[in-house]
Design a protein around this ligand. Structure first.
Ligand SMILES: [Zn+2]
Length: 136
């Protein structure tokens, strides 16, 4: 199964003063799919890598289903974050760290995080692309 490479995971203390984007799934994914925005292309890129790695057919790149290849884990509690979770979650502006709805209040004040609300897309530059590798 797909597993993002977190080998260069940063120390939590690097969160201090960081900006996080408030993102609500699945609405954010639906909007991304409809507008083919930066996040859509980001998910598509990961789906392509995955399909190449596992020699899957190109039909997997069609339509809405490419989001099935995208998954992150909350950097605090490790809970799975997917595009169909029905939950508001938060990602660092570089896309590296994701924090779930349950954990954000715990760390928001601790690290003086700034939260950007009403986010319609991820930044066009600087969003970290994770390596796709086969799970052990
Ligand atoms: Zn969490």
């Amino acid at each position: 199964m797909y597993k993002p490479d977190l080998s260069n995971k940063k120390d939590d203390n690097n969160w201090y003063g960081k900006t996080f984007l408030e993102i609500t799934f699945p609405q954010f994914w639906q909007h991304s799919f409809d507008t083919k925005n930066n996040f859509y292309n980001y998910v598509l890129m990961e789906a392509k890598k995955h399909i190449e790695l596992f020699n899957l057919g190109k039909e997997y790149l069609e339509e809405y289903n490419i989001c099935d290849f995208w998954q992150r884990h909350c950097s605090v509690c490790q809970k799975s974050i997917t595009t169909n979770i029905n939950e508001t979650c938060y990602c660092s502006i570089d896309g590296f760290d994701w924090i779930c709805h349950d954990c954000i209040d715990k760390v928001k004040n601790q690290y003086s995080l700034s939260i950007l609300k009403d986010v319609e897309d991820i930044p066009s530059k600087g969003f970290i692309v994770l390596n796709v590798s086969k799970a052990n």
